[in-house]
Design a protein around this ligand. Structure first.
Ligand code: BG6
Length: 515
């Protein structure tokens, strides 16, 4: 843990100014839940190991489960032992656990917020925490309203215009399940907090490789001149997951791949890939550019949906060495469910830079492997001097940004195959995080929690961006709802999606990348 005064502990923020994590209490609503155990507590532990947390910090789990501080610490320890990036060390744990506390409470009970306040007022002076608080809502979306009003009425929100001390609220996705409910959530949040106190998490933005998209585009001079419709043929974004829905069938039935992955993670990825250069790395400047991009997405009209969007569901299959059930046979999934577990779509960005360049997105569960990448395919050379033989066509240049798990980037270029004949052969210039930087990259939640403590909102979603992405998604949801379709195209679990997705891209004389 870091004993330096905070001013000497610079956190390299996403911005050009350096921000510092500040002394605070993190209250985890749903502290005894899965997200807390798998992600949040291990993330805080790793930050502590890296010396990135201020010494003045406390973590308070707040949830309905009846746990003592000791039981909560055991729960946290178990989470770290099982899910932490770095192994649990007894010495570090002994220090870390002293900062963990638990307060039982019902999110709907005013009296329990009063108790929470008493508890925080008692804990904070022990660590010299000056009343700065971060509330993390690791709870189902149906509780958001109750909790934010509970906090406000319980006098747990410091006035936004009189900081310090600060109050910040972290909200997990999903923010709504369509445009109108997303607006409703934003209204509730803003009734209780100022926008600058709100941190809507999209954990994809916390991934190192996702942040590297901006670094790669704007930290090098060679890409930007080519980054437009004059040179780029198309872009493909793939987010494939090997797992099916597992135990999350109940939630997934209310979501589906479009809401679960495209509306947030994939559109955020796209906005980084395609946005205009920001004039500064300040949070609002970057967020404005991302918003601009979302606003340029060509609206999808009801009649377009059928031509540009494919949805499908995984059927039973054999993969990862075992028989896997189809989606309709998963736990807590309706036997006649029409929830999509796969989406592929073609979209266009209506601005000067991207005019006419198709962007293909695909995401699905129960696919052959977990792999996410953004691939930018450049146009073919204008005049063929080589490989006129149609058996060995000249392959176009592709820049592949590998988001996970084999993090890195590769540029495919043509080189001369050694020998007397002039034949061009595709080779890869490859950068791998693992071999260059060695250590494992920090988890997205580590970075994001640190940014909230430092007050850097660059990697979080503003209300307008959330609504802009729902606005674009909404006609697809509406068209699907209106179609009354009772069966979706299927793909066997462990395969790359339905034939309809191949047809979508083949219709443009292109093909999905083989990953
Ligand atoms: C979550 C989705 O937001 O992202 C999950 O709800 C999905 O369904 C997960 O599995 C994927 O995240 P990652 O970081 O494992 O790619």
């Amino acid at each position: 843990m870091n004993d330096q005064p905070m001013e000497q502990n610079p956190l390299m923020s996403g911005s050009s100014q350096e921000l510092y994590p500040q002394a605070c209490t993190i209250v985890i609503f749903g502290g005894a839940g899965d997200l807390s155990r798998r992600k949040l507590i291990p993330a805080l532990y790793n930050l502590a190991l890296d010396g990135l947390l201020p010494t003045q910090f406390a973590v308070v789990g707040f949830a309905i489960d009846a746990l003592s501080d000791e039981e909560f610490r055991n729960f946290a320890r178990d989470g770290i032992a099982r899910f932490s990036r770095r192994a649990l060390s007894e010495e570090d744990w002994t220090e870390f656990e002293q900062h963990l506390f638990y307060q039982q409470g019902d999110f709907g009970e005013a009296a329990d917020y009063a108790q929470l306040k008493i508890r925080l007022d008692d804990i904070e002076p022990r660590f010299g925490i000056p009343g700065n608080r971060v509330y993390y809502l690791a709870i189902p979306p149906s509780f958001i309203d109750t909790c934010v009003y509970g906090l406000r009425e319980g006098d747990l929100v410091a006035p936004a215009d009189q900081e310090p001390p600060f109050t910040r609220l972290i909200v997990e996705k999903p923010i709504g399940r369509d445009l109108s409910s997303a607006r409703g959530v934003n209204q509730s949040l803003q009734a209780c907090f100022a926008e600058h106190q709100l941190y809507r998490i999209d954990h994809y933005l916390g991934k190192e490789t996702v942040q590297n998209i901006l670094a790669m585009r704007f930290g090098n001079s060679i890409f930007e001149p080519l980054w437009n419709s004059k040179h780029i043929d198309h872009v493909q974004i793939t987010v494939a997951e090997a797992e099916g829905v597992g135990t999350r069938g109940g939630y997934y039935e209310t979501a589906g791949a479009l809401r679960d992955m495209v509306q947030n993670h994939i559109l955020q990825l796209l906005s980084l890939v395609a946005m205009e250069p920001p004039w500064s790395m300040r949070a609002d400047v970057i967020r404005d550019r991302r918003l601009d991009l979302l606003q340029c997405l060509r609206p999808m009209h009801a009649q377009d949906v059928e031509h540009h969007v494919v949805r499908a569901q995984y059927a039973s299959g054999f993969y990862q060495g075992r028989d896997a059930p189809g989606y309709r046979r998963e736990e807590r999934v309706a036997a006649d469910s029409t929830t999509e577990t796969y989406v592929a779509l073609r979209l266009f960005i209506d601005n000067w830079r991207w005019a006419g360049v198709p962007i293909y997105l695909r995401t699905g569960k129960a696919m052959p492997k977990r792999v996410s990448e953004v691939a930018v395919q450049f146009k073919s050379v204008p005049h063929m001097l080589f490989n006129s033989d149609t058996d060995h066509p000249l392959e176009p240049n592709v820049l592949a940004l590998r988001i996970q798990p084999d993090e890195g980037l590769a540029l495919r270029i043509g080189t001369k195959l050694p020998g007397p004949k002039v034949r061009i052969y595709p080779v890869k210039m490859d950068f791998r995080y693992g071999s260059t930087f060695g250590d494992q990259s920090p988890e997205a939640y580590e970075r994001l929690l640190l940014d909230v403590m430092a007050g850097d909102a660059t990697l979080f979603m503003r209300d307008d961006a959330v609504e802009a992405s729902w606005r674009w998604i909404q006609p697809i949801l509406d068209a699907w709802a209106a179609s009354g379709q009772r069966w979706l195209p299927e793909y066997p679990a462990g395969t790359w999606g339905p034939i309809e997705a191949d047809r979508l891209i083949h219709a443009d004389d292109r093909a999905w990348r083989q990953l």
